[in-house]
Ligand binder design. Structure first.
Ligand code: ZN
Ligand code: ZN
Length: 416
């Protein structure tokens, strides 16, 4: 936020503003609407501020489901083996029922990026798969944008320690909060207005790409020589969306990306990740994969290879792409120079692609299509949706028209 006047607000004023922006701009919470929130115990300070702002905005009921890292670890250390094929399906079914009856969804992210790094990858993989299956009915309402939803971040001691290992715990936590406030535009004189202006800029960039209607994107950079086809009738989105329930929301705070649906059968060549990926508490580093006919035919990681392999073995769609996103290297998150080890931030610091489930809203009339129609347009289907970062200051991207003409889109990570 180099172009905004620095303000000197207290920590609690900033926390309160973050909550206010999340409720008003992120969620667009409506009077009388229910809210289902998920948070960790370590992020309860923000959850409480959000609860207050939600009620002040007229929420009929705010229900927060708290997770506890210590309890998660206790399961890995003491639970019987069959535990790892279980998930609280009744809970996720309840969330889906709440969404169907009109509830909005807010997730606070901020757990320890390496919580499960030392646990058995087989157990981690099985537990993730069980949750993905149980969560599917609820997740589908979110990927279809049937309801208004958003994700915001809270600093937590474990996350801060992973990001700033050389700092004392309190200093690390303060640094992470500062980074969250600044990348979430809370440090601007009028955060709500700043978000509206930023949203308009993303909408404009998406509109430009929708006019161009490129058939392919061509990527060239260190370790990357890759061509990705876009889905038939693909639609670039960025910033806010009007959800199926008619409410305008901005699903990620922060957000810097414009994104669309690639064609699940059109990806060729080699892609190298430019940032480590923290996936459900495990770290995957040095990812390099080769695509053929849209499918990963070779996958390597210098760390977390086994987790990566399990991830792409989740189902047939886990080896194919469900999202492609463009983010300039000068985004405030990239400019911070920090690796957050958290997808909400790192995916907004760099151009990325995602393995797995496609967003049907990224197709024209996609929210009205059947599963067969979506597949016929090239939209991928999977239990997973995992973003990984491929953008850098050395990446060049061309758009290739249906007629085969290449036009420069990004050079050295910036829009041309
Ligand atoms: Zn994305
Ligand atoms: Zn994504």
């Amino acid at each position: 936020m180099s172009n905004s006047a620095p303000t000197s607000r207290s920590f609690s004023e900033n926390l309160d503003l973050l909550a206010e922006v999340a409720v008003k701009v992120g969620l667009g919470l409506q009077p009388g609407q229910e809210l289902v929130m998920t948070a960790s115990l370590d992020s309860r300070a923000l959850a409480r501020r959000i609860t207050e702002h939600a009620y002040r905005a007229g929420a009929s009921l705010v229900t927060t489901l708290y997770a506890d890292d210590e309890a998660t670890l206790a399961r890995y250390h003491f639970a019987p083996d069959q535990s790892f094929d279980c998930a609280a399906k009744w809970l996720y079914d309840g969330m889906a029922a709440a969404f169907k009856s009109g509830a909005a969804r807010l997730a606070i992210t901020g757990t320890d990026p390496a919580l499960l790094a030392n646990e058995d990858p087989d157990k981690v993989g099985r537990a993730n798969r069980a949750v993905s299956q149980a969560y599917r009915p609820a997740l589908e309402l979110i990927t279809r944008h049937a309801i208004n939803w958003t994700i915001v971040a809270s600093a937590t001691p474990a996350w801060a320690a992973a990001m700033f290992p050389a700092e004392a715990p309190e200093a690390a936590l303060a640094k992470l909060w500062e980074a969250i406030f600044s990348t979430s535009r809370v440090d601007t004189p009028d955060p709500v207005a700043a978000w509206k202006a930023h949203d308009a800029g993303l909408q404009q960039r998406a509109a430009m790409m929708n006019e161009k209607r490129y058939a392919w994107l061509q990527y060239k950079g260190p370790g990357t020589d890759f061509r990705l086809g876009l889905a038939e009738d693909h639609l670039w989105l960025g910033g806010g969306t009007t959800a199926g329930n008619g409410v305008y929301c901005i699903p990620n705070m922060p957000t810097e990306e414009i994104f669309t649906t690639p064609h699940k059968e059109r990806a060729e060549g080699v892609v190298t990740a430019t940032k480590p990926l923290s996936h459900q508490g495990t770290m995957i580093e040095g990812i390099q994969v080769r695509f053929q006919g849209g499918r990963i035919v070779e996958a390597r990681a210098s760390r977390g290879q086994e987790v990566l392999q399990k991830l792409i073995d989740t189902d047939e769609g886990a080896r194919r792409l469900g999202e492609v996103a463009l983010v300039p290297h000068s985004s405030p998150i990239a400019a911070s120079g920090l690796t957050f080890l958290n997808t909400l931030f790192d995916e907004n610091a760099a151009s990325h692609i995602a393995l797995g489930q496609a967003y049907s809203t990224c197709l024209r009339e996609g929210d009205k299509m059947t599963a067969e129609e979506l597949a016929a347009h090239g939209a991928n289907e999977s239990l997973i949706h995992v973003d990984w970062m491929i953008g850098s200051a050395e990446l060049d991207i061309d758009g290739i028209t249906a007629g085969g003409v290449a036009e420069p889109l990004m050079r050295k990570g910036e829009w041309v």
